[in-house]
Design a protein. Structure first.
Length: 355
């Protein structure tokens, strides 16, 4: 069945998978919805986007994505409230950041109407895929990659933009133990650490694998030069609570400007929690743990929202974090998820209604 929604062509699948999905036991990002948005860049401009059945993408073996890694992505979520209204959270921030990432990797920037109208159309077509169970959402993955061919080391002349979605449960369950990295670096000054480039994440897998072999779940990344400063936690921004102050590293060439990170800072400050955006040394965290002033550490990102850290390892010593009755992690996670799911007022204007 073909249709036109928001001036976007829609080709609907003939065989929906939705009746074969157990929405009560969804793993994160492993079940995919019926449709996806697709848009090609060729002849020097982005073409008309369209919604098509979810399925494989055919590429030539010489497509430059395979050889030179021109690929960027975003992570978003859609929610349904009790009235079946669909909500997004700060989607224009995701759009802007996708273009910031694209520019750094010499990928043509997307027009806003392609991203937003395409996203809204896809969500309307697959609205029944948005779960309503507590803690669940429709995870949204917009991404752009080089589809143009050639073995010569230069930017491609053709690209593909896709939005795929996956109904998902919680990203993490429980607290995690992390290892402070002393050898490997996630990114470097002048590099692409601030971009959501696929290669950034590929480079994390091996050091994380080594940490897992030592009994940890994730790595805390430190600066590339001295490994003295706390920067990120796995694929997330990191917050450290010392006494009653929340501390997070400033964004830079090396650190992603996380949307959840920005939201937590604003939310915390609006509730009277002191927030410091500054460099934080590993030694300061270790000493705070030893003297009892280290109260909490947690990662922040779209998928998990907030992921509490139970312990960290450094120089063959494991440091346990105390349990908090007044946990900032739990408090802020509830505040932000209540806004996202339309259970609370949104004084910041973050929530976006899909109509």
């Amino acid at each position: 069945m073909n249709a036109l929604i928001n001036d976007i062509a829609v080709i609907k699948t003939k065989h929906s998978k939705i009746n074969h999905v157990d929405f009560d036991s969804l793993k994160f990002g492993s079940v995919f919805s019926d449709h996806m948005l697709e848009c090609d860049y060729k002849d020097g401009k982005w073409q008309a986007p369209k919604v098509v059945p979810y399925g494989p993408v055919t590429l030539d073996p010489s497509a430059k994505i395979f050889h030179y890694g021109q690929s960027v992505f975003e992570g978003m979520k859609a929610y349904k409230d009790t009235n079946d209204t669909i909500w997004l959270f700060r989607p224009l921030d995701n759009f802007k950041r996708l273009n910031i990432s694209s520019k750094r990797l010499a990928i043509p920037e997307l027009p806003e109407h392609v991203f937003m109208n395409g996203l809204k159309t896809l969500l309307q077509v697959d609205k029944n895929w948005i779960p309503k169970k507590e803690g669940s959402s429709l995870y949204i993955r917009p991404f752009v990659f080089a589809s143009g061919n050639g073995f010569h080391a230069s930017p491609a002349n053709a690209y593909k933009f896709i939005i795929a979605t996956a109904p998902s449960g919680s990203y993490f369950s429980g607290e995690v133990s992390v290892l402070i990295e002393q050898t490997y670096s996630r990114s470097a000054n002048g590099g692409v650490g601030f971009a959501k480039a696929g290669g950034n994440y590929a480079g994390q897998f091996y050091p994380t694998q080594l940490a897992v072999e030592k009994g940890f779940q994730q790595v805390i990344w430190t600066d590339d030069n001295t490994h003295e400063y706390i920067e990120e936690a796995g694929a997330m921004n990191i917050f450290v609570r010392i006494n009653d102050t929340l501390i997070t590293a400033p964004t830079s060439d090396r650190i992603l400007d996380g949307i959840t990170r920005k939201s937590i800072i604003e939310l915390a400050e609006s509730k009277g929690i002191k927030v410091e955006v500054r460099k934080l040394t590993v030694n300061e965290v270790v000493e705070a743990s030893k003297n009892g002033s280290l109260k909490e550490m947690f990662g922040a990102g779209t998928a998990a929202v907030i992921s509490p850290i139970a312990s960290f390892g450094y120089k063959n010593v494991k440091y346990e974090l105390p349990k908090q009755n007044d946990s900032y992690a739990n408090y802020l996670k509830k505040l932000i998820t209540d806004i996202q799911t339309n259970k609370a007022e949104d004084p910041f204007g973050w929530r976006y209604k899909v109509e």
